[in-house]
Design a protein around this ligand. Structure first.
Ligand code: DOR
Length: 440
C-alpha cells in the first residue's frame, strides 16, 4: 500500500537548507516525514501554489511581560501576535515582574506555557547578583535557551555591570550567554549631560556608539579569558560589527529589524517616544554597517526585541519614557519587504530567522525543513501588498512603530508541528505551544 501522511503541503517553493526547491512535503505525527509525495497521499492537503514554504520562523528576542502587566502583553496575547506575524516560535526574555531568576519561577513559567502559549517558546533565565550559584542548574532547565545578562541597564532591574561579577557569571556554567551590551559606567557618567524633557533624539546621544562599543569590547575580553561562549544581542554600531569579526571563535551576534529599518534622526522626529529603545536607533552610517553585516554573514540571527509598553509609559518625558518597541507581529512582514526591495535574499532572511537562532542556542529539531524535524512551516506570499496598521496589532498595548508602512510580502499561514495554527490572518485551534528542546 502507498504511504499516507497526516498532511501534505504541495505546489509551493520550499526553502530547503540547500536551496529553494519545487517539492511537496509529507507530514506524519507532527514531523517532516518525506519529500516529493503525492498530494493524494495526505489526509489533509495544503495547496501552496504561488507560495513559498519556509521553516517555521523563530523570533529569538521577545519580552512578553508575563508575569507582569497583562494590559500591555501576556504569553497568550504575545504568542497569538507571533502566529499572526508568521512565527512558529519565540524565545522570551526574563525581565518580567518579577524577573525569571530562580527555579521556582522557572517551574511556574514552564508549567504555564503548556496551555497558555499559542506558538512554541524558549525561555531565557536572568542572571542577577544573587543567583550566580544557581545559574548552572537553571541554564539546563526544560525550555531554557540561554542565560541573559543585562550588562547595561534597561527595562526592569536586572543588571550586572562590573567585570568581576561578569567573570563569575561566565565561569558558572557552559552554555552560550546572551548579553545586553552597553557600558553602564559610561551611561551613568553621561546622564548629567542631559535634562529631563530633552528631545527624544538625545536618546541616541546619551547611549552613544562608544557606550555600545565599550560594553562589547569588555565582554569579548572576558569571554576569551573565561572561554565562555557569548551571544551579543541587538548589535547596533559599525564599530561593534567590525570588531566582532575577530571574535567568531567565541561570539555570535544578533541584529534587530528596527536597527535595519529606522534611521536617526528622522525616526525621532516622526515617531517621538515610539522610536526610543535600547540600544538606540542610530544614524545611516550604522544602519548601512548593519546591512553589510547581514549580507557578509557576520550576523547569526535576527530578532524583533518585541518590548511592549503602555501608551502612558511612552508618554513620559525623555529619558523617563519607557524604552522599547513592539515588533513580534511585524518582524516577518517588514523583513519580507526588505527582501522585495533586494536588501537581502529570501534564503538569507530564512537563515537569520530559523537555522541561525537554532544554531546559536542549540534548538533541537527546529529551524530547518529536513526529515525528522518538527513540521513547523511559515507560508509566505511574496507578492502580497499590505499596509501595517495599529488596528491589526493584537498585543493589548495596541501600537506598532511601523503603523502606516506599506509592505510587499506577507505571511499567510503558520503550521505548528503538523497542524495549521494561523491561516489568512486568523489564529486557529487552541494554545498548543510547547517548550522548545535545547542541546544541554
Ligand atoms: O528597548 C528595550 N526595551 N531594550 C531592552 O533591552 C529591554 C526592552 C524592554 O524590556 O522594554
Amino acid at each position: 500500500m502507498a504511504e499516507t501522511f497526516d498532511l501534505v503541503i504541495a505546489g509551493g517553493t520550499v526553502a530547503l537548507p540547500w536551496g529553494l526547491g519545487e517539492t511537496s512535503i509529507g507530514v506524519r505525527a507532527g514531523r517532516i516525514a518525506a519529500f516529493g509525495v503525492a498530494a493524494a497521499a495526505g489526509a489533509e492537503v495544503i495547496d501552496a501554489t504561488g507560495l513559498h514554504v519556509l521553516p517555521g520562523l523563530i523570533d529569538a528576542h521577545v519580552h512578553l511581560r508575563d508575569p507582569g502587566d497583562r494590559a500591555v502583553e501576556s504569553i497568550p496575547s504575545g504568542t497569538r501576535a507571533a502566529l499572526l506575524g508568521g512565527l512558529a516560535a519565540v524565545f522570551d526574555m526574563p525581565n518580567t515582574t518579577p524577573p525569571l531568576t530562580d527555579a521556582a519561577r522557572l517551574a511556574t513559567k514552564q508549567n504555564y506555557v503548556a496551555g497558555a502559549a499559542w506558538c512554541d517558546m524558549g525561555l531565557y533565565v536572568g542572571a542577577s547578583r544573587d543567583n550566580i550559584a544557581a545559574l548552572a542548574g537553571l541554564e539546563l532547565g526544560r525550555g531554557v535557551c540561554a542565560v541573559k545578562v543585562f550588562a547595561g541597564s534597561s527595562t526592569g532591574n536586572l543588571l550586572i555591570e562590573d567585570d568581576e561579577t561578569l567573570r563569575r557569571v561566565m565561569l558558572s556554567g557552559r552554555r552560550r550567554i546572551a548579553y545586553h551590551s552597553e557600558d553602564e559606567y559610561r551611561l551613568r557618567a553621561r546622564r548629567a549631560l542631559f535634562s529631563t524633557g530633552d528631545p527624544y533624539a538625545r536618546h541616541a546621544e546619551w547611549r552613544d556608539p562608544e557606550t555600545a562599543f565599550l560594553g562589547t569590547s569588555r565582554l569579548m575580553r572576558l569571554a576569551r579569558e573565561t572561554g565562555r561562549p557569548a551571544h551579543i544581542v541587538h548589535v547596533s554600531t559599525a564599530e561593534e560589527f567590525a570588531y566582532l569579526g575577530d571574535y567568531r571563535d567565541i561570539a555570535t551576534c544578533e541584529v534587530l529589524v528596527n536597527h535595519l529599518t529606522q534611521i536617526a534622526p528622522e525616526c525621532y522626529e516622526r515617531l517621538g517616544a515610539y522610536a526610543v529603545m535600547n540600544p538606540p536607533i542610530r544614524d545611516r552610517r550604522h544602519v548601512e554597517a548593519a546591512w553589510r553585516a547581514v549580507n557578509d554573514g557576520l550576523v547569526d540571527s535576527l530578532g524583533s526585541d518585541h518590548a511592549p509598553h503602555s501608551r502612558e509609559a511612552k508618554a513620559r518625558p525623555w529619558p523617563d519614557t519607557a524604552a522599547g518597541l513592539t515588533g513580534v507581529q511585524t518582524l516577518v512582514p517588514v523583513m519580507l519587504d526588505h527582501v522585495h526591495h533586494g536588501r537581502l535574499s529570501l534564503p538569507r532572511m530564512v537563515d537569520l530567522l530559523s537555522a541561525g537562532p537554532a544554531r546559536v542556542f542549540g534548538a533541537l529539531s527546529k529551524g530547518r525543513i529536513v526529515r525528522g524535524y518538527d513540521a513547523d512551516f511559515t507560508l509566505v506570499d511574496l507578492r502580497r501588498q499590505q499596509r501595517i496598521e495599529n488596528e491589526w496589532i493584537v498585543s493589548p498595548c495596541g501600537w506598532t512603530p511601523f503603523a502606516g508602512m506599506a509592505v510587499t510580502g506577507w505571511p499567510v499561514m503558520v503550521v505548528l508541528r503538523g497542524a495549521v495554527a494561523m491561516r489568512d490572518g486568523e489564529v486557529l485551534g487552541g494554545p498548543r505551544g510547547r517548550l522548545v528542546h535545547f542541546r544541554s
